[in-house]
Design a protein around this ligand. Structure first.
Ligand code: NAD
Length: 458
């Protein structure tokens, strides 16, 4: 099938590459010329396991094209995926300017029936706005003859960064919302055909109305964020009462009604989705006169949790960190990605630097992106940035640090050479923001260890 993907970011590039891998002829559009030039010269703008191979294979086979040419992109695909960003607006609502601009472009150039798929995470009711934006452009063209038909479908994406290719190729579920107009039924047929290869073993597609599909994405992310904040809040209490949140996690996760997923306590969730989607759902509710009390708390707990490592450091070293030097392992908001959006490391770095510390940082893949993002974070204070040293490897970052602080649970941090860690650090102190290590084992080998919710009384 001929497919166009509008927006070649994490979701668009993975969607385009994976659909090409299944034999479709895919045209990826982006307005960012630098990104398209990089893709056309064999580069990949993001770190995502397995993606480079798929992109290169399908480019070579002539099934995957990258371009900034809007008219050509509209002409190419009978199905047009909108996968552009939906960042938070100042009031927390999803900023739909990129989605609606993409929709308007389709209306400007389309000459026959198209299915427009909202792949971006968009609030309930957005499909209607996308339809209106397309129709307005069609009307402005004063076309003669029969009206050009189209249908807007909601097909939210559930892939996880760091496992995006795997998630796209083997999805738990595919959610598709269509309306039941004649154009909607035609869209249903085309979407069914497109996703057929994913449903061979068993049906994974949940067909529903458009609004329910839009809502499903927010409900899923809100639920996952809730589980994390719930555990973080309990972890903070565990620290006070002298219980081990990891033991508690096992104790409750074994109940199949609860399950183990997303129950890890830590130093807060980040990324491009949970923070903004929780806010956007709260905002949608407010627009309808309802307050989502649970989600307000989820957000508050998470904002607080990003400061928990800073608090533990204060308790240990005092508020003034002049002359103190820390090693920080992990900058990306989670492992296997270079995405720094809303990463907890940024909050902690701001705090440590503002309080006078110096920090040596290392991340296995996010170093370049971290440098770019931190330059923006500290644009108001260039001198502060000088106090962050970017280290090529995790061992170098340890040298003469007063403590090691872990923010991202990369696999390579799980079993380091602890003798080397101890030898390089000025003092054997570890603040473990992801509970990678066993507190008792760490104490046994001579570390002063601080986890999240693990201050069990011994
Ligand atoms: P991204 O910022 O990585 O990529 C968006 C791309 O769209 C950018 O390259 C930008 O240049 C391009 N763009 C903007 N306007 C355009 C236009 N009019 N025409 C063509 N290109 C345009 O964003 P992302 O992380 O891929 O997220 C995209 C959407 O998918 C968001 O709504 C997000 O919430 C959702 N989502 C993201 C993830 C994730 O893990 N990143 C997972 C599921 C859903």
């Amino acid at each position: 099938m001929k497919i166009t993907i509008i927006g070649t970011g994490y979701v668009g590039l993975v969607t385009g590459a994976c659909l090409a891998e299944l034999g479709n002829d895919v045209f990826c559009l982006d307005l960012d010329q630098r990104k398209i030039a990089m893709l056309n010269s064999g580069g990949i703008p993001i770190h995502e396991p397995g993606l480079a191979e798929i992109v290169s294979r399908n480019r070579a086979a002539g099934r995957l094209h990258f371009s900034t040419d809007i008219a050509a992109s509209v002409a190419h695909g009978q199905i047009q995926f909108i996968a552009v960003g939906t960042p938070p607006d100042e009031d927390g609502s999803a900023d739909l300017q990129y989605v609606l601009a993409a929709a308007a472009n389709i209306g400007k150039y389309m000459t026959g029936f198209k299915v427009i798929v909202d792949k971006s995470t968009v609030p309930v009711g957005t499909a209607d706005k996308v339809s209106a934006a397309i129709q307005a452009e069609l009307d402005a063209r004063n076309l003669s003859g029969a009206p050009i038909q189209f249908s807007v479908v909601s097909n939210p994406e559930f892939l996880k960064e760091g496992a995006a290719v795997e998630d796209f190729m083997r999805p738990d579920r595919i959610v598709i919302g269509c309306d039941d107009s004649p154009a909607g039924q035609q869209a249903h047929t085309l979407m069914k055909q497109l996703y057929l290869p994913f449903n061979r073993n068993h049906e994974r597609t949940y067909w529903m109305d458009v609004r329910s599909a839009e809502f499903t994405k927010y409900a899923a992310n809100a639920m996952l964020a809730t589980r994390i904040s719930f555990m973080n809040e309990l972890a903070n209490l565990a620290d006070k009462v002298g219980a081990d949140i990891e033991a508690v996690r096992h104790g409750i996760g074994s109940d199949p009604r609860i399950g183990y997923s997303f129950l890890y306590a830590g130093c807060g969730y980040g990324g491009s989705c949970f923070p903004k989607d929780v806010q956007a759902l709260e905002r949608t509710a407010r627009d309808y006169g309802q307050e989502l009390l649970i989600l307000r708390a989820v957000e508050q707990v998470n904002n607080h949790q990003k400061h928990v490592l800073g608090q533990k450091i204060t308790e240990r070293f005092g508020p003034d960190l002049q002359g103190k030097h820390f090693a920080l392992w992990g900058l990306a908001f989670k492992p296997n990605t270079d995405d720094m959006r809303e990463a907890s490391s940024r909050v902690l770095l701001r705090e440590l630097i503002d309080r006078g510390a110096t920090v040596a940082v290392h991340d296995p893949v996010a170093m370049a992106e971290a440098q770019r993002v931190l330059e923006l974070d500290f644009a108001d204070d260039r001198g502060a940035l000088q106090r962050i040293r970017f280290c090529d490897n995790q061992a170098d970052a340890l040298q003469d640090a007063d403590a090691l602080v872990i923010v991202t649970e990369w696999k390579t941090f799980r079993s380091p050479d602890f003798d080397q860690v101890k030898a390089r650090l000025k003092a054997p102190i570890v603040f473990d923001g992801r509970n990678l290590y066993e507190p008792q084992v760490m104490r046994d080998i001579g570390f002063e260890y601080y986890g999240i919710g693990r201050s069990v009384l011994v």
